[in-house]
Write a protein that binds this ligand. Structure first.
Ligand SMILES: Cc1cc2nc3c(=O)[nH]c(=O)nc-3n(C[C@H](O)[C@H](O)[C@H](O)COP(=O)(O)OP(=O)(O)OC[C@H]3O[C@@H](n4cnc5c(N)ncnc54)[C@H](O)[C@@H]3O)c2cc1C
Length: 504
């Protein structure tokens, strides 16, 4: 049965080793740098237990557990559409600002559930993990990228850095090393550890060629958090930082200091070929990016709405240039939404009678997201301009009697009181300009791999799926219609017309 919000929060008190600002976090659900984000995730779990049940959100697994629809194996395009609709319900609860939530890694769970045979001899582990993840709606994240120490080196050339097997016995194996970075790892139940790099693993990297699931509370696993934006916002009112203060999912470097991995948590072991192929074979990118697309569409819709309100309050909404900029953001939101729909309605066949979101739509989304998000942020800055800086230092200024008359007069907007205007513009600044807002851009840029690879892989994909040969054939058709002597094909080379011209 899907965890309740209370069970979820209790489950985070498992002795996990989360570190921040030089100290160990005793309890992420109570720590000022994490508690509000934990509460946001808990609130998502609440929606799975509404009465009457929300049928767009939940389904019952074959084992009788009420679960989130993101975990349901899809056999038809309608199943994929159901999955996307359920993800949208949750995305709208954080306006698309949380990249990780239990339904995000459901994309990996369904990949495991659809193709356990790929993971032989660990197919039983694969099936058991899918069942557990789906039945309890467990929150899993992934960590694939090696620490940024020296990108010119192969994994085995940095054996003290990259996660590798150190020893094994009948019960399992031990790993040491680190990965960057686990988004929301502090709030998860477990993390899928694998290898994700622009260069595939080779035979020499076999000690690093692993795919396994590590419970977040595993002894020896240390989460080294980045600064908490939630903590930075703690001294302020939600009026000042309405997003940072509740949606900061944090990102941690994950250090594995001699962590034991029982065999039942292993999916690929010392197998470079399988570790390289698993993402493509199990259609992981397609399944994961469906959530990425739904979430990004929600965020762009939110930003388009926010931008419209900013322009209204500034009295610039009827200027052509401003309307063009808002229209551009709307176009991006529609494009992402349309790709999500296409991903569901033109699915690819998957293993064992399943379907996966269309690789064409998903790979397009994967390359488009990192390109458009910085542009959207720029468009918002161009519309809002100095309005983001003509803001009082904090909500306390509005509460200061001596200042209030000036604030009410000089900070009001078109059709908006000073309080209404400052509230909106502080929300907008948190979305695009605060440390939280800036991290959102880096997150979207890095969402599904490095900025170059997400485009490079489109060409590999189109070479393999027949698109490139079909398109180059089209060019050959154009080239085939003429040569140095003129037209060679009808209707341009029309023998009857040529004869008539000669006779005339
Ligand atoms: C906010 C945020 C959250 C993240 N969350 C997660 C997460 O939850 N889980 C996770 O696994 N990862 C996460 N990541 C990591 C993310 O997946 C990577 O940042 C992304 O894949 C890009 O990889 P990289 O940062 O190692 O950059 P690199 O791949 O090192 O690329 C940096 C630059 O160097 C160039 N370069 C690097 N190697 C080569 C090469 N061999 N040949 C040619 N050029 C090269 C690239 O083209 C690029 O321009 C997160 C990152 C961010 C910023």
């Amino acid at each position: 049965m899907a965890l309740t919000s209370k069970q979820y929060l209790d489950s985070l008190r498992d002795g996990r080793e989360v570190w921040i600002d030089g100290g160990r976090v005793e309890d992420v659900t109570a720590h000022p740098g994490f508690s509000m984000a934990a509460r946001t995730v808990a609130h998502l779990y609440d929606t799975l237990h509404q009465s009457p049940a929300d049928k767009t959100l939940t389904w019952t697994t074959p084992r009788g557990a009420v679960s989130h629809k993101a975990f349901k194996l899809a056999k038809t395009r309608n199943h994929l559409l159901d999955r996307a609709r359920a993800m949208r319900t949750w995305s709208r609860m954080h306006f698309g600002f949380m990249g990780r939530s239990p339904d995000y890694k459901a994309g990996l769970a369904v990949s495991l559930g659809a193709s356990p045979d790929f993971f032989a001899p660990f197919e039983g582990n694969c099936q058991a993990w899918y069942d557990r993840l789906a039945d309890d709606v467990l929150f899993m994240n992934h960590i694939g990228v090696n620490p940024m120490v020296d990108r010119s080196k192969r994994p085995h050339e940095l054996p003290d850095i990259n996660i590798k097997v150190t020893r094994e016995n009948d019960a399992g194996f031990w790993v040491s090393g680190a990965k960057m970075v686990g988004t929301a790892a502090a709030f998860t139940h477990c993390n899928l550890v694998f290898s994700f790099a622009p260069v595939p693993l080779e035979e020499a990297d076999s000690e690093h060629a692993l795919v396994f699931i590590a419970p977040t509370g595993a002894p020896g696993l240390k989460l080294l958090s980045r600064p908490s934006y939630e903590l930075a916002a703690k001294d302020r009112s939600p009026f000042d930082y309405p997003l940072s203060s509740r949606f900061d999912e944090n990102d941690s470097t994950m250090v594995f200091d001699d962590v034991f991995v029982p065999w039942e948590n292993c999916l690929v072991y010392r197998d470079a070929d399988r570790a390289n192929r698993f993402f493509v074979h199990a259609q992981v990118v397609q399944n994961l990016m469906l959530h990425g697309g739904v979430r990004l569409a929600t965020k762009l819709e939110f930003l388009a709405g926010m931008l419209t309100k900013l322009a209204e309050q500034n009295g610039t909404i009827n200027y052509r240039g401003i309307r063009i900029r808002i229209g551009e953001v709307i176009g991006y939101a529609w494009t992402v939404g349309a790709l999500v729909r296409d991903a569901c309605t033109s699915p690819d066949p998957g293993p064992n009678g399943t379907v996966a979101p269309s690789h064409r739509a998903i790979f397009a989304l994967r390359a488009l997201g990192p390109a458009i998000y910085p542009k959207v942020r720029e468009l918002i800055q161009l519309v809002g301009a100095g309005g983001f800086i003509q803001l009082p230092s904090s909500s306390k200024d509005l509460l200061a009697e001596q200042l209030r008359p000036y604030i009410d007069k000089y900070y009001r907007g078109s059709g908006a009181t000073a309080e209404e205007r400052i509230k909106l513009w502080k929300l907008a600044w948190d979305a695009i300009g605060s440390e939280f807002g800036a991290r959102q851009e880096l997150f979207e840029r890095s969402y599904a791999g490095n900025f170059d690879n997400v485009r490079l892989e489109n060409l590999f994909m189109a070479e393999r799926n027949g698109d490139v040969p079909e398109w180059t054939d089209l060019v050959d058709t154009a080239l085939g219609a003429y040569d140095l002597n003129g037209w060679t094909e009808a209707p341009w080379a029309d023998p009857l017309a040529d004869d008539a011209a000669e006779a005339g």
